[in-house]
Design a protein around this ligand. Structure first.
Ligand SMILES: NC(=O)c1ccc[n+]([C@@H]2O[C@H](COP(=O)([O-])OP(=O)(O)OC[C@H]3O[C@@H](n4cnc5c(N)ncnc54)[C@H](OP(=O)(O)O)[C@@H]3O)[C@@H](O)[C@H]2O)c1
Length: 261
C-alpha cells in the first residue's frame, strides 16, 4: 500500500553545479560523494588521475553526475583552466569548495626551508585567491548568485608551533574568506570557511608518521575524544554551500568536536 503522506525531499544541493579541489581523496572525495548524493553535478580537481577517476566512477555508479579535471594548485593558470572546464562541461558554476591543500613538514619555523615555504604558500593560500577570483567570474557569468567555501583548519586559530607555515596560510585563508564575503555579498555570492579539527585522512596519517603520537594527542584534546570522519567535515561544507545557510556569510565555522571551545 502506498503511503501518500510521504514525500521525497529534494537533495540539499539539488540542481547545483559544484567545483571541488582536492577531490581525489580525504575530505574532498567525501565532499564529492556527498554533494552528488545531495543532487549536485560535481567537477573534481586534483593531480592524481587514478584517484579522481575512482571517485568519479563511484559517484556515477551511485547514480550521480561527476567529472574530473587534472589541476596542480601550485599553477595559477591551471587553477583558472579548471574553473573554465566546469563552465565548458556544465554550462555554469553555482558552488565551489576550495579544499585542496598540502601539509608542511612538521617542526619549528626556523628549521623550515625557504623553498618549502613558497610551495605551501602557492598551494594553500595563493591557489585559494586564484580560485575564488575565477569562481566569482564564473558564477557571475551564468548563475548570477552562488556560494564558496574554503577549507581552513583549527590550526589557523592560534599559534601553531608544529605547523607554523601551514597555520599562517590557513589564517590568511580566513582573512581572504572574510574579505571576499564583504566584497561579493552585495551581488548574492556568499563566502565562508570551515575549520576542521583532526580528521582521518592521508594528511593526518602523514603528520602522525612524521610526529608519532600526534593522533592520540589530538583525540585527548578533543572533547568528543575522537577525530572526524571526512564525511562529517563535508557535511558542514555542504550546508554552507546550500540555500539552507542563506544568511550565513563571512564565517569561519569550526568543525572540530569542540577542540577549540
Ligand atoms: N585531515 C585533517 O586533520 C585536516 C584538519 C584541518 C584541515 N584540513 C584541511 O582539509 C583539506 C583536505 O585535506 P585532507 O585531510 O582531505 O588531505 P588529503 O587526504 O591529503 O587530501 C588532499 C587533497 O588535496 C589535493 N592536493 C594536494 N596538493 C595539491 C596540489 N598541489 N594540487 C592539486 N591538488 C592538491 C590532493 O590530491 P593530489 O595529491 O592528487 O593533488 C588530495 O586530493 C585541506 O585543506 C586541509 O588543510 C585537514
Amino acid at each position: 500500500m502506498n503511503d501518500t503522506s510521504t514525500t521525497t525531499a529534494p537533495g540539499l544541493l539539488a540542481g547545483k553545479v559544484a567545483f571541488i579541489t582536492g577531490a581525489g581523496r580525504g575530505i574532498g572525495a567525501a565532499a564529492a560523494r556527498l554533494f552528488a548524493r545531495e543532487g549536485a553535478e560535481v567537477m573534481l580537481a586534483a593531480r592524481t588521475e587514478t584517484q579522481l577517476q575512482a571517485v568519479t566512477e563511484e559517484v556515477r555508479a551511485a547514480g550521480g553526475s561527476a567529472d574530473y579535471v587534472l589541476c596542480d594548485l601550485a599553477d595559477a593558470a591551471g587553477v583558472r583552466a579548471a574553473v573554465d572546464r566546469v563552465v565548458d562541461r556544465y554550462g555554469r558554476l553555482d558552488i565551489a569548495f576550495n579544499n585542496g591543500a598540502t601539509l608542511q613538514r612538521p617542526g619549528p619555523m626556523d628549521q623550515f626551508p625557504e623553498a618549502d615555504f613558497d610551495h605551501v604558500f602557492s598551494v594553500n593560500l595563493k591557489s585559494v585567491w586564484v580560485a575564488m577570483a575565477a569562481e566569482v567570474a564564473a558564477i557571475r557569468a551564468a548563475a548570477g548568485t552562488g556560494a564558496i567555501v574554503n577549507n581552513s583548519s583549527i590550526g589557523s586559530l592560534r599559534g601553531n608551533p608544529e605547523l607554523p607555515v601551514y597555520g599562517a596560510m590557513k589564517r590568511a585563508v580566513n582573512s581572504l574568506t572574510e574579505s571576499a564575503a564583504v566584497t561579493y555579498g552585495p551581488e548574492g555570492i556568499r563566502v565562508n570557511a570551515i575549520a576542521p579539527g583532526g580528521t582521518l585522512t592521508e594528511m593526518i596519517r602523514t603528520w602522525e608518521a612524521e610526529s608519532p603520537g600526534v593522533l592520540d594527542r589530538i583525540r585527548a584534546q578533543t572533547p568528543l575524544r575522537r577525530v572526524a570522519d571526512p564525511d562529517e567535515i563535508a557535511q558542514a561544507a555542504a550546508w554552507l554551500l546550500s540555500d539552507r545557510s542563506s544568511f550565513v556569510s563571512g564565517t569561519v565555522l569550526r568543525v572540530d568536536g569542540g577542540a577549540r571551545a
